[in-house]
Design a protein around this ligand. Structure first.
Ligand SMILES: [Fe+2]
Ligand SMILES: [Fe+2]
Length: 238
């Protein structure tokens, strides 16, 4: 039987076609949002992951998903306006809810456990840098870039293509910065491994940070690999 993936596909495209691949990539630390332009073969080689092994797992999961007939939305097929609505209602709303809560948790565990676990200071620092960056970033997307994309889609051509391209490049650069901070937080916490003396808040903070990381990956993936390329090709063709 012909396998679905052979490794020559771009990492971001694989997750677009088969969202379930995101979990497997996460487990192998393959960055599919900011590093989504590389082919899977390149990413596997870079990480020293056995290609045959990985492809077997990936194709196995894909077959299972198809057999279970899991239907998920293929965002390449929808309009950009629908995708933007989805991003704002799910991912942006999630961040606006979670960032202030997490800020309290991360501050609290640093205050209470900072002596025994000095790395919590660095975690506090990186988290708040990310929070600040994200708050600005969400507003910039919603107030500037997304309206430009909606307008361009409605009229078939961007009103100011170069302004839109510039805004998009800025957003992509910020995704990279957020991605780097997430990586640093994962290193600082040694993969969110809990110490033996972790209290409930400690556990909750680490669990929520991991959830936030997963949500951010999905969010950046949809923007970098689906929404922005579609808009770029519209700008290029007009
Ligand atoms: Fe966003
Ligand atoms: Fe974004």
């Amino acid at each position: 039987m012909e396998e679905a993936f052979n490794g020559s596909e771009r990492v971001g495209d694989i997750v677009t076609v088969f969202p379930g691949a995101g979990n497997l990539m996460k487990a192998y630390r393959i960055d599919f949002c900011c590093g989504g332009n590389r082919t899977l073969n390149e990413a596997l080689e870079e990480k020293g992951i056995d290609r045959t092994d990985f492809l077997e797992r990936l194709n196995g999961l894909y077959r299972q998903a198809r057999e279970r007939n899991i239907r998920s939305v293929d965002w390449r097929e929808t309009s950009s306006a629908e995708l933007i609505d989805h991003i704002v209602r799910t991912h942006h709303a999630y961040l606006r809810e979670e960032l202030p809560l997490l800020s309290d948790f991360v501050t609290k565990i640093w205050r209470v456990h900072g002596d025994a676990h000095p790395e919590l200071e660095a975690l506090h620092d990186r988290f708040h840098r990310m929070k600040e960056e994200l708050e600005r970033h969400l507003a910039a997307e919603e107030e500037k870039l997304f309206p430009l994309i909606r307008q361009a889609e409605r009229s078939g051509t961007p009103a100011d293509g170069s302004e839109a391209m510039k805004a998009m490049d800025e957003m992509e650069a910020e995704h990279g910065e957020v991605g780097d901070l997430l990586k640093e937080m994962r290193e600082i916490t040694r993969d969110y491994r809990l110490p033996e003396d972790a209290c409930r808040t400690y556990m909750l903070a680490f669990r929520k940070l991991e959830e936030l990381e997963a949500d951010m990956f999905e969010h950046i993936h949809l923007e970098n690999n689906v929404l922005f390329p579609k808009f770029r090709s519209l700008c290029a063709s007009s």
